[in-house]
Design a binder for this molecule. Sequence first.
Ligand code: TMP
Length: 233
Amino acid sequence: MRNEHAMVEGTHEKQHFMRISPPNPVPGNGRIIALEGLDGCGTTTQAARLIERLSSEGFSPLSTCEPSTGPIGLIIRKVLGGDPELQHSNAASLALLFAADRLEHYGRLVEPALRKNQIVVTDRSVWSSLAYQGLDLAPEWVASINGAAVLPHVAILVDVPAHLCMERIAARSDQRERFERLETLKALQTRYNDLFHAEHADATMLRVDGTSSPEEVHEAIWQILVDGNHLPF
Ligand code: TMP
């Protein structure tokens, strides 16, 4: 059954799976499509374009993101932005916040949309925690605190080299969030690559080249979704 497994990944170990029990089976005939990748790779732009395309094709998609815009997501944004009030948060407390936000977000927005058979397009998902939080923490622990999370039906990895992501981040602002450093992005690239190549039961991760224009990247995403029958036409 879908969503019974979360992947546990070890860089030099054989990949294996951990059995998890989601709180509820995924309802309805909706789909969750997640955009994934390094900071600066363009997930937000591509999520917006996918929403536009789905709408123009007659769907009524839900556009959402993780961290969510809910109360726990707002705390996460403060931690990422270096709010002094949250200076004592560490990698583990941040990982727990992401996991808690994910479940709250699912109950509040994603599950109701799935019940209405909507397509949910989410800018990031549990895959981000497996990639990002797995940098500083034991991947098994990160998988286990996300054990009740629902995996997206399809995750699209927008693949852009770390140095190019860093250039894009530098061009848009002088401020840096927690993970926006070249060495971190390089390490993340390896982690996403490992996640992409690991065998994971019932969860699909697709990769597109994210280095071309936003329009070309969008077309590649659309094509890969259509060709793989990932959209409920
Ligand atoms: P965003 O800038 O893409 O909106 O995401 C916020 C940051 O949070 C980005 O650096 C990725 C990171 N992140 C995690 O570390 N773990 C997670 O589970 C999620 C959803 C995001």
